[in-house]
Every structure is written in structure tokens, then in C-alpha cells.
Design a protein around this ligand. Structure first.
Ligand SMILES: *Cc1c(COP(=O)(O)O)cnc(C)c1O
Length: 560
């Protein structure tokens, strides 16, 4: 327990997230949500914020993606070794699930930033001999299993996490719920305010005091992104943990909607970009939804070749990303050399993993997203003849990557379709699909591509953060006007927007036009291209970083 002592007195804020990308070897994340949580923790450490992070241990990871002979996604387990990175704390609490006591033990990972500040991360584990074989598996696989399994995970995270913090001696003033997965935490806090009725006075719960302590960030306007559980299941797992009639007034009459529960019990609700806050306000009328736009951790995502050059001029750049505004002063040849080095590295990885030799002097379009319908990974391939025509005049190459959620059948189909397109175009356009999109690959892609393509169906992209990573590396965004890009796009300066008429249906045509008339021709104009790279770095970097994001959370949400 000694390892926790330095944190117990100072820590005031607890951040709860089902997933968190702490480092590539720790497979406790699936994608953007986890990477954001990781960048949040890295900036919290850099800024010495009094925070603790709570997540699940997820020993089996999320999935390791293989592409089968049928060009289909095969989901392999992706285990990691907790004992190499974290240490189990000699403490346990029990949560009640189906009337059984399920024991939960935290592992401690110390996230240390380059200047030496540390934030603690607690990874919750139910793989204990005190538990039944079934319960030992609750924290095995991130987002694995059926609804019952998922609800058990959320009980361990929200209820277990909050009990553990108390048992360990933390005195938390503010709880940050990263997405609805952690909403049971707020319910646990509400339960603790309960005053039983009697002598004519009704029983009461003190909602305002919970709302004072809870901050909720919602991450998607896509319905499928909201966890919903049948009340039958809730009653079976949670028993009389909470008065059902009262719960329904907070979480919805038909089913327990975790987003609604979090909305009703949080005094500060945040969307992840301005556009997303507007969309979410429409979806949930009556709630005030603010917008602290996401950001990325600059030291994690800027390629070492560029980082070295920034460091030489602005030694404080990683702590004060505002100075990246001056990156346009770096000479052209240095910017270009840094980018080419990153591209060489990416091309090497592509060669190793696929056997395909891409060319350094041809523009490389990167597209890496979760493979799911609304992200429209297929949009570029809407009209193959047209795409070939464009490539005949202005040759380019494409690198694709992304995982489909194991239960997302349309998403898995998209991966198969992409492979068919790759084959259909093989004599005309070099295109590769890199399996196993993770932090390591993301770093190579967002620095080594030339153009970062983003084609979600508006308004469904809440924020998007890979485009911020690309922008910081001088990789130019070509994106539908949605999410964060609405705030960052200066047409022909920081990148380009894709705006179809009508919006949505006309996007493919708008994309082809922009590629053909603007983007690919400009690649031939090296000086102008580098000028745009510098505009992208110096105009986007100072704002869309996680230090700015955390400074805003600290002053506007945590210190309310
Ligand atoms: C940054 C990142 C994401 C999120 O990217 P989006 O732009 O939101 O799609 C997902 N996965 C990994 C591995 C990342 O590094």
C-alpha cells in the first residue's frame, strides 16, 4: 500500500473509464475512447493534476485482428501481462452480483511523465480465488460477452471502483465519468445519500449533492453507442441495490440507459467538440451540454524527427504546446526531411507486414478508423472507374487500417469489401490494408501518410482525434465537415473540407473533385505543400492538444 501513500492526500479527482491506452504493451483499450483516456492521463501527469484513474484490468485485451483467407476479420484474444507493468495492491472489496459477493482487487500502474510527475491508475481485477470460475472472467476481455457480462463489468467499474477508492483511503471530491459505461458510479454515490422515510416523510435521495460531484463526458451521438440494459437483467444482477421506481426516473422507463443515468446525475456534461455538443443537445433536450473539444498528447503523437526539431527551438513545447504556433518558423527543408523520415518508416512497416512496396515520391492517403458503417470507410471506393481515372492523371497510393467490433457485422463486411476493392484496383492504384490498428501503428500512420482522409456521415463523428495527431505532424487533413474539423479547418490553409451537395449523399463526388482539382495537383507544388504542412502544425497544434483540454476541464468542470 506504501506505493499509494503519496497520492492519498492530494488526489481529489477520480476519472473512470472502461478503457485506457496507457502504453502499447497494455491492451486495455479498443480505440479512440481509450486513447483519449490515455492522453488525458498523460496530460494530467504532465500538469501534476491531483487525479487518479480507474479502469478494468482486461487481461485478455480487446481483440487482435487477423485477416483470414476469406479476407474477413478474425478476432484473436490479445492478452497482456499485468505483472510486468503493474502491481496488485493488498486490498479487496466485494460487490454484490446476483446475490453473490464478487471480490475485486486493484492493480496499480504508475504513469510517470517525462519530467517525473506521476498519476496512479487502478486496474480492477476479479480473477481471484475467492470468486467463482464465472466471476473470475468478468474483467477478462474488454467489451467481451453478452449484455449480462457487460453489465457485470460496469458494476465492477462503477460500483466496485468507487468502493475501492474509499477503502484505499482516497478522498475524492470530483468524479469524471468518461462515457456512460461508468454511470453506475453515480448511482452508487446517490445510494449513499439515501435517507429512509418514516413518520409521514418520504425516503429521499440527494441528487444535487451527486450532481455537484459528477462530471460526464459523452462521446457519441450514435444510438448504438449508448449502453441500454433490460430492467429484468438489472434486477437479476443488482437485486435491491437501488429502488427500481427511483432508478427509472433517472435512467428511462423502458430500459436502463446509461447515458441518461449519467446525464441526470452529472452537474457538468460535456460533448467532445462544439458540433457534437449541438447534436447531443438536440438528442437530449433539457440538458446543458458544454463543449471542451478533445485534444491529443503532443509528446505521444508527434514523430521523433519532428519532435527533435521542435525541441531544439522551443524547449518548453511539450509542456506549453501554445508555442507550437511558432512552428511555421522552422525552415521548409527541415519540415520536409522530418516528414520524409516518418514516411520511410511507415513504408518500411508496410513492406514488412504486407510485402507491398509503396513509393516515397507518390502522395500517400491514410485512412484508419474503426470499421463501422457511419465512418464510411467505403466512401473513397464509391466509383472505382472514377478513382482509376483520377489516379491515371495523378498517381497516388492508399493505406487503410481499422478494427471492426466483433459484434458489428456490417463493420466486418466493410473490411471484406475493402479487400475486394484493393484487388479490383491492384493494377491501377497501390492500396494496402494493415491489420492490427493500435497505438504503435497509429503513430506511424499519422506521421507517415501525406493526406489524412476522414469521411464519416455527418453529424455522427463526435470529435475524431486521429486527424489532430496527423495535423500536428504536418499530415494534411482532407475531411468531411464534422466533429473537431469544423473548428480547425481553414480551407486550403490547414487542410481541406469535403462538403457534398446534398450533404451526405453528395460527399463522394465532393471528395473526388477535391482530390482531382486541388489536393493531388498541389502535391506537385512542393513549396506550397510544405507551407500548408506548417500551417497545419502551427495553427492546429496549439489548440487541439490534451494539455489545453485538461486545463479547461480543471478550471471549468473540476473546480466548479
Ligand atoms: C487516435 C486513435 C483512434 C481515434 O481516431 P479517430 O480519429 O477518432 O477515428 C483510434 N484508434 C487508435 C489506435 C488511435 O490511436
Amino acid at each position: 500500500m506504501n506505493a499509494l501513500v503519496p497520492f492519498l492526500h492530494r488526489t481529489r479527482i477520480a476519472y473512470f473509464s472502461m478503457e485506457i491506452a496507457l502504453r502499447p504493451e497494455i491492451h486495455t483499450y479498443s480505440g479512440g475512447l481509450g486513447v483519449l483516456a490515455g492522453d488525458t492521463a498523460r496530460s494530467a501527469a504532465d500538469l501534476d493534476l491531483p487525479m487518479v484513474f480507474v479502469t478494468l484490468l482486461s487481461r485478455e485485451g480487446y481483440i487482435r485482428q487477423e485477416i483470414g483467407v476469406q479476407e474477413n476479420q478474425i478476432n484473436k484474444p490479445n492478452p497482456w501481462r499485468p505483472e510486468e507493468w503493474a502491481s496488485p495492491l493488498p486490498a479487496m472489496i466485494a460487490v454484490s452480483i446476483e446475490g453473490r459477493s464478487v471480490w475485486v482487487r486493484p492493480w496499480l500502474y504508475l504513469l510517470t511523465c517525462p519530467v517525473g510527475n506521476v498519476v496512479p491508475v487502478l486496474l480492477l481485477d476479479t480473477d481471484l480465488e475467492q470468486n467463482s470460475a464465472e466471476d473470475r472472467q468478468i474483467t477478462d476481455r474488454l467489451y467481451g460477452g453478452d449484455d449480462a457480462h457487460r453489465l457485470k463489468q460496469e458494476i465492477v467499474l462503477g460500483i466496485g471502483g468507487s468502493l475501492l477508492l474509499r477503502a484505499l483511503g482516497f478522498r475524492i471530491q470530483t468524479y469524471h465519468l468518461n462515457e456512460g459505461h461508468a454511470a453506475l458510479l453515480a448511482l452508487q454515490l446517490l445510494r449513499e445519500t439515501h435517507r429512509p422515510g418514516g413518520l409521514g416523510s418520504p425516503s429521499v435521495y440527494d441528487r444535487p449533492s451527486v450532481r455537484e460531484r459528477c462530471v460526464f463526458t459523452t462521446h457519441t451521438p450514435v444510438e448504438a453507442g449508448f449502453d441500454r440494459f433490460d430492467y429484468g437483467l438489472v434486477s437479476r444482477l443488482l437485486g435491491d441495490f437501488f429502488d427500481l421506481a427511483e432508478l427509472k426516473t433517472l435512467a428511462g422507463e423502458d430500459r436502463l440507459n446509461m447515458t441518461r443515468l449519467a446525464l441526470n446525475l452529472s452537474g457538468y456534461v460535456n460533448g467532445v467538440a462544439r458540433r457534437h455538443a449541438e447534436t447531443a443537445s438536440g438528442l437530449f433536450p433539457g440538458y446543458q451540454i458544454r463543449s471542451i473539444t478533445n485534444g491529443v498528447h503532443v509528446q505521444t503523437w508527434v514523430h521523433s524527427e519532428l519532435a527533435r526539431r521542435l525541441e531544439a527551438r522551443f524547449p518548453q513545447w511539450a509542456h506549453e504546446p501554445e508555442v507550437i504556433a511558432l512552428a511555421d518558423q522552422i525552415p521548409d527543408d527541415e519540415i520536409w526531411a522530418a516528414h520524409q523520415a516518418a514516411k520511410v518508416q511507415l513504408l518500411g512497416t508496410i513492406r514488412e507486414r504486407t510485402g507491398t512496396e509503396l513509393q516515397l515520391d507518390l502522395p500517400l492517403i491514410g485512412f484508419a478508423r474503426r470499421m463501422t458503417s457511419y465512418k464510411r470507410p467505403n466512401l473513397l471506393f464509391t466509383d472505382l472507374a472514377r478513382l482509376k481515372q483520377i489516379a491515371r492523371d495523378r498517381p497516388f497510393q492508399v493505406v487503410l487500417a481499422g478494427l471492426a467490433h466483433p459484434l458489428d457485422d456490417p463493420g466486418k463486411q466493410i473490411i471484406e469489401e475493402l479487400h475486394r476493392h484493393i484487388r479490383a484496383l491492384q493494377d491501377a492504384i497501390p492500396i494496402v490494408f494493415l491489420p492490427e490498428y493500435d497505438m504503435t501503428l497509429a503513430r506511424m500512420l499519422v506521421s507517415g501518410a501525406d493526406i489524412w482522409l476522414n469521411t464519416p456521415l455527418p453529424p455522427l463523428e463526435a470529435s475524431g482525434t486521429s486527424g489532430m495527431k496527423a495535423a500536428l505532424n504536418g499530415v494534411l487533413n482532407l475531411s468531411v465537415m464534422d466533429g473537431w474539423w469544423v473548428e480547425a479547418c481553414v480551407e486550403g490553409v490547414t487542410g481541406w473540407g469535403i462538403q457534398g451537395t446534398p450533404p451526405g449523399a453528395g460527399d463522394a463526388e465532393a471528395l473526388y473533385r477535391k482530390l482531382e482539382d486541388v489536393v493531388l495537383p498541389l502535391y506537385q507544388d512542393r513549396a506550397r505543400w510544405i507551407w500548408m504542412m506548417k500551417q497545419s502544425i502551427s495553427k492546429i497544434g496549439p489548440t487541439f492538444n490534451s494539455h489545453r483540454m485538461m486545463r479547461r476541464y480543471a478550471t471549468e468542470a473540476y473546480m466548479r
